[in-house]
Design a protein around this ligand. Structure first.
Ligand code: PLP
Length: 460
């Protein structure tokens, strides 16, 4: 494995990365963006090595993918062995055991102890699309309900399901019909808006819109991320998900938990739904499933999954044997090394640091998330107005210190932390000392950085 230490030999990005960035600009379509243009040559544990020899601390895990660490030795060995044996047959032409074994693992590990089935795909968006196909086939209904700040992918149907226009949807329409968006539970902003921020009250607001504008009997599926990812790590108030699940059960709606970002130990339980005892009808998975190889799944109640006719689901590469081998090794590592427990330990170390920043700076508005999926929402000093530029400044100050950090959020004002679950504690602590430094540096350049007395809430 690469040495587990931070090392900065050049500016970030260094000269060789700059050269590659120029080649990238002339060769790669502009629409594919880049958060931090260091070109990587190796990675492992909590470290990324770049072409200039810098070693950066990874607080992004390739967007919650390398939960078991990059180039995890067990994953790499499984990939190599499978690639030597065979790389592809198409599971729909001549099947192989790895696909079946991944489905068995998903059926065993996802919430709910009923009979389950799974199907495998290449990307998260594809999994979500297939969950919709399956729910429509099962219910013979067409409407799909999603939520503000939700993110479900970039294909045509999943663009329609995704809330945010820029950059995901702008100029790419028309979008798939019969998609309805409801307000979600966003405790920090619900409270500020003078709403009852409790989970049941937020669910009541959403469901009354569903009743009036869509009609439960028209709804095939309700799709929700138990903690929102790209939309800003918005964690609903307790009771919100449960009330939605209950409504779905009462109205024959397929409740789909999109656990693509939250799954595989990320939030301190194997799946985020478990924290509140929520049992979805279908679960979509991807990102953390296969240690970096492209793989995705839909798992759920056998009678729903089996509603799609023979030949209705699939794809040339879905459940590719190399990706399945990687998944089996990654899942085995997640279970036997208790990576969900590691995620809880990461929260124990990181959250006090983030809480301290919120205490110190009135532009750190909210700290939230669970396990190794934590974020701060950054606002204009003393206000609740989203501050995307300030967020960008902190993000850049982190990058300059050799940290790979990511921003997200509908307003681009959330700094999120998604370290690999295997990151060493010393490296993690060093990283968050540097995160603190980055906040301090940005604070020092603000006209007014000290905590102002809170403005009295405007109650009417
Ligand atoms: C990333 C993500 C997707 C899309 O996955 P891709 O593999 O990028 O298509 C869908 N839903 C959630 C919650 C995600 O985080």
């Amino acid at each position: 494995m690469v040495p587990q230490e931070r090392k900065l030999l050049t500016e970030i990005p260094g000269p060789r990365s700059q050269e590659l960035l120029e080649r990238r600009t002339s060769a790669v379509a502009r629409g594919v963006s880049v958060m931090l243009p260091v070109f990587v040559t190796a990675a492992g544990g909590g470290i990324l090595v770049d072409v200039d020899g810098n070693q950066l601390i990874d607080l992004g895990a390739g967007i919650a993918v390398t939960n078991v660490g990059n180039a995890n030795p067990a994953v790499a060995a499984a990939v190599a062995a499978q690639a030597e044996a065979f790389t592809h047959t198409c599971f729909m032409v001549t099947p192989y055991e790895g696909y079946v074994a991944v489905c068995e693992a998903l059926n065993r590990l996802t919430p709910g102890d009923f009979e389950k089935r799974s199907a495998l795909f290449n990307s998260g968006a594809e999994a979500v699309e297939n969950a919709v196909k399956i729910a429509r086939a099962y219910t013979r209904r067409s409407a799909v309900v999603v939520f503000d700040h939700g993110y479900h992918g970039r294909t045509n149907l999943t663009m329609a399901l995704t809330a945010k226009n820029m950059p995901y949807k702008n100029s790419f329409g028309p979008f798939a019909p019969e998609v309805y968006r409801l307000p979600t539970s966003y405790p920090y902003r619900d409270e500020a808006a003078g709403l009852d921020a409790s989970g049941p009250a937020a669910a009541e607001r959403a469901l009354s819109i569903l009743d009036k504008q869509v009609g439960a009997e028209n709804v095939a599926a309700l799709i929700i991320e138990p903690i929102q990812g790209e939309g800003g790590f918005v964690e609903p108030a307790p009771g919100f998900l449960g009330a939605l699940a209950e409504y779905c059960r009462a109205n024959g709606i397929v409740f789909v938990a999109d656990e693509i970002q939250t799954g595989f130990g990320r939030t301190g339980t194997l799946f985020a739904c478990e924290a509140e005892g929520i049992v979805p009808d279908l679960v979509t998975t991807a990102k953390g499933i296969a240690g970096g190889m492209p793989l995705a799944g839909v798992t759920g109640r056998a009678e729903i999954m089996d509603a799609a006719h023979v030949g209705g689901l699939g794809g040339t590469y879905g459940g590719n044997p190399v990706a399945c081998a990687a998944a089996l090794a990654a899942i085995d590592t997640i279970e036997s090394d208790d990576l969900a427990g590691k995620a809880r330990r990461i929260e124990e170390i990181v959250r006090p640091v983030l809480d301290g920043l919120a205490e110190r700076y009135d532009w750190v508005g909210n700290v939230r998330g669970r396990g190794a999926m934590l974020a701060v929402e950054i606002v204009e000093p003393g206000m609740m107005t989203p501050a995307p530029q300030l967020t960008g400044a902190v993000n850049q100050a982190c990058h300059q210190r050799g940290l790979v950090t990511l921003s997200c959020g509908t307003y681009g004002n959330v700094l999120r932390f998604l370290p690999p679950l295997v990151i060493g504690e010393d490296l993690l602590k060093e990283a968050f000392t540097l995160v603190t430094e980055a906040f301090d540096e940005v604070a020092a350049n603000l006209p007014r950085a000290e905590k102002a007395p809170a403005p009295s809430p405007d109650t009417d």
